[in-house]
Design a protein around this ligand. Structure first.
Ligand SMILES: Nc1nc2c(c(=O)[nH]1)N[C@H]1C(S)=C(S)[C@@H](COP(=O)(O)O)O[C@H]1N2
Ligand SMILES: [Mo]
Length: 554
């Protein structure tokens, strides 16, 4: 296993003792357990009351939709959907375990979560970082699983999401144009009342008479399918987008539609639970209502009892298992392929859309988070340690590279350039957020002074601190992003001088990007043409060692 871990990070990794801890624990706050039980038990109780009071309701056979069978495109889309959902769920679980806590508030204060997938209730050590808090997940469940593999997991998640969405769009268009939508979308209230009657049958353990599903679904089945396709799926996309720093800090109303960024994250997870519940019931009913015939319907499109569909179905499952094994192998042995595959396929789309959104959302000071997670290794070099009062004394920010007037700046020099204050929502790649007020000078103002040359395309921010796996921590921004109105060199947090753990004396804020772009304990800034000559050449320490994407707006 050690060998696998070496693979993903490219360098030998000695796990700190805490990470030997592979316990998986799930805690859900009691009110939510009660609510979930209520959501299941109340309808079942109502069904029993109906049954005991007036007996099983009579069912009307559903009117045939006028279309028989399952065309090839539908069967193919169903299979592609299954394959991509398996990738989405497996990578999603890996992402979740990188910050194994779910909240209803954007502060992510430890202890305030409604669900927790770690036995550690609250980190007691003040030096405990969000990365320390990430949990191990078996690769049987997660892609790639293990611990803190969020970079690779996210590439799989977004690649799968892209193809899943494309598949969904093709499916929806064909559904609409072929007339097959009539099988799915209820056209009258009767479908709902009939569905309630079917539910009374199931809930009281009576199998309702099944219609010929080759021509029509039973009404509850129809509603369930329509709910998954036109409810769960779009909501998953919308809540997924509500987690993007570029969107959230450009249009604050968007995450608020869901009740905030962390609510969207919680809902994204609850939608997964919804799919899970659906799949269990769906597969069970497929099995008990004539497995062979059902599988012939959805695989071959035939309407008989031959075993062919059954075998084709198993071949399909085997293909999905093989795809999972292949993805696992690539993740651990060729992680750079995954990172670059994502960059080539979705990078241009990202740069053309999300990357153009300027950060402009400001929060109210009353919304400042009572606590704020940290990440990163505090510098241990004498250069930083010997800095005086508040780490400002003796500090000089070196600005060099492709600029007309390079220079060295003390914090006082930077203060003279002008100060901007912003109260913003921080998005860590791991999933946590926090609101804080930041004070500093915009990188744009600094650029007005140092005058980047036209050949300067990339800005490199180097830290006194080291990366998670050793070596100088650094990251890069495109010059456009460096000029964003909310890209700040901050020396203040919540109206106080920046504390050590948050990056004293100077750190970056780039509100339309994820947290790992925001270098703390900044040592120097360099303007270059390309990031290829810096570090391993992938655009930052996390990009080099943890396969994060260089553009971080989702
Ligand atoms: N030097 C340095 N800066 C860093 C990191 C790091 O590991 N080293 N981690 C980044 C990450 S992943 C995040 S989320 C933010 C966290 O900022 P905070 O610790 O002030 O909350 O810092 C970023 N800056
Ligand atoms: Mo982060």
């Amino acid at each position: 296993m050690g060998e696998l871990i070496e693979g993903v990070h490219g360098n030998p990794l000695v796990y700190p003792p805490a990470s030997k801890d592979r316990r998986l624990r799930v805690y859900v706050r009691r009110p939510f357990i009660l609510l979930a039980c209520g959501l299941v038990l109340v309808p079942v109780a109502c069904a029993w009351a109906w049954y005991l009071a007036v007996g099983l309701p009579q069912l009307r056979p559903p009117p045939p939709a006028g279309l028989a069978g399952f065309p090839g495109w539908l069967r193919l889309a169903h299979f592609a959907n299954l394959l991509l959902m398996v990738f989405l769920v497996r990578s999603g679980l890996s992402i979740l375990m990188d910050h194994p806590r779910l909240y209803w508030n954007d502060h992510c204060t430890p202890g305030s979560e409604w669900a927790r997938f770690t036995p550690l209730e609250m980190p007691k050590d003040p030096a405990w970082t969000a990365k320390d808090d990430s949990r191990f997940l078996t690769p049987w469940l997660g892609l790639p699983g293990y611990r803190h593999t969020v970079g690779i997991a996210r590439h799989w998640h977004f690649l799968a999401a892209f193809f899943w969405l494309a598949n969904g769009v093709v499916y929806a268009v064909l559904l609409a144009t072929s007339g097959h939508w009539r099988r799915l979308i209820p056209t009258g209230v009767e479908t709902c009342t009939e569905a309630a009657k079917v539910f009374v049958h199931y809930a009281t353990l009576h199998m309702p008479p099944e219609p010929d599903r080759f021509v029509a679904y039973n009404p509850l089945q129809q509603l369930a399918y329509a709910g998954v396709v036109f409810g769960l799926a779009p909501l998953s996309i919308l809540t997924g987008l509500a987690m993007s720093p570029a969107i959230d800090n450009w249009a604050g109303w968007y995450p608020r539609l869901f009740g905030g960024r962390q609510v969207a994250r919680s809902l994204h997870f609850l939608l997964l639970c919804g799919y899970g519940g659906f799949v269990v019931v769906h597969v069970t009913l497929v099995a008990v209502t004539g497995l062979r015939k059902n599988l012939n319907h959805i695989t071959l499109g035939t309407d008989d009892d031959s075993p062919a569909g059954f075998w084709l179905f198993f071949a399909g499952l085997a293909a999905i298992a093989a795809a999972c094994a292949a993805a696992h192998w690539v993740s651990w042995h060729r992680p750079r392929w995954v990172q670059m595959g994502f960059r080539r396929l979705l990078g241009p789309l990202q740069r053309a859309t999300l990357h153009r959104l300027p950060a402009r959302v400001q929060y109210d000071r009353r919304q400042i988070s009572p606590s704020f997670w940290t990440n990163g290794k505090q510098p241990s070099c004498p250069e930083w340690k010997s800095l005086g009062h508040l780490r400002r004394e003796g500090y000089r920010l070196r600005v060099s590279g492709l600029v007309a007037s390079p220079g060295e700046f003390s914090i006082t020099d930077l203060e003279r350039l002008g100060k901007r204050e912003q109260v913003t929502l921080h998005h860590c790649i791991q999933g946590w957020t926090g609101v804080a007020a930041w004070g500093g000078v915009t990188v744009r103002q600094l650029m007005d002074v140092v005058q980047p040359l036209p050949t300067a395309r990339i800005v490199v921010f180097r830290s006194f601190g080291e990366g998670h796996y050793g070596g100088e921590f650094y990251d890069t921004l495109t010059i456009e992003n460096a000029g964003d109105p909310q890209t700040l060199l901050a020396w203040e947090m919540n109206d106080q001088p920046l504390p050590d753990r948050h990056g004293a004396p100077l750190r970056l804020r780039v509100e339309n990007q994820l947290g790992y772009k925001m270098v703390k304990w900044i040592k120097s800034i360099e303007f270059v043409t390309s990031e290829a000559s810096i570090g391993k050449g992938y655009g930052g320490k996390n990009e080099d060692d943890e396969y994060y994407p260089v553009v971080a707006d989702i």
